[in-house]
Design a protein around this ligand. Sequence first.
Ligand SMILES: O=C(O)CCC(=O)C(=O)O
Length: 263
Amino acid sequence: MSDPPFCLSALERRAYAQDGFFIRSGVFAEDEIDDIRDAVECCAARASAAAAGGRTYQIDGNVYCEASGATIQFEHAPGTNTVRVIEPFHHLDERIDRLIDDPRLVDPMRGLLDEVEISLFTDKLNLKRPGAGSRFRWHQDSPYWAHFFPDVERLPNAMLSIDDATEVNGCLRVIRGSHRRGMLLGLEGEGRLGSLFTDPTHFDASLQVPVVMSAGNLLFFSPSVVHGSEPNDSTEQRRALIFTYQPGAGRMFKVDAKRLAGR
Ligand SMILES: O=C(O)CCC(=O)C(=O)O
């Protein structure tokens, strides 16, 4: 008997354990991706509109705003109002909320967590706009989350690419196998958030893999794999949705509520 379509294959399980990531190609069809792009732009427009009345602050020279139940991060160029990241964003459009329950996300996550009951931990919309999308410095997600969720290895990520992600438009890059070394030291003396960026002397950058993906592909990756990306200097969008799941029915990272997945 063959495996149900969305469960983990032995190869995927091994890749996640050894490399810290694996890719599934052609998971979402072109018409579905069109609809998700539309939903994403609705979220971005809602967040931008809400930011006008939100609480704005700066960290290390970068501008953030708390509005509409989300943390909105703006691009790094001075004076810009281009949105870079929205976390969380699933509540800004019901089509995104529904994705949290999609078996193409939930079933592999159940496999990675070895749990039937799983819930959303957090979700991010990364909008790398043409010519404006800035780089993400090397980091692991685990140091961001460890204070809130000590069993931090059990927070796998699924990244859905809704544009073709290439080396030219700043695709994600991962350091193969880096998750196996646990939480690595951060940069000291580089502002308030410096310690959350991985010190490049503590991993081997030659092991980096550019995660080139077509729209509709899914990347599953460990919260401890070192990852980052280059700016988008191209004329093409590079937008991605990241959903992070947790075992059981836990509270979400930035929201005082629970969101069971695959109900
Ligand atoms: O979208 C990217 O290029 C990087 C995303 C990322 O590292 C993150 O959201 O933690």
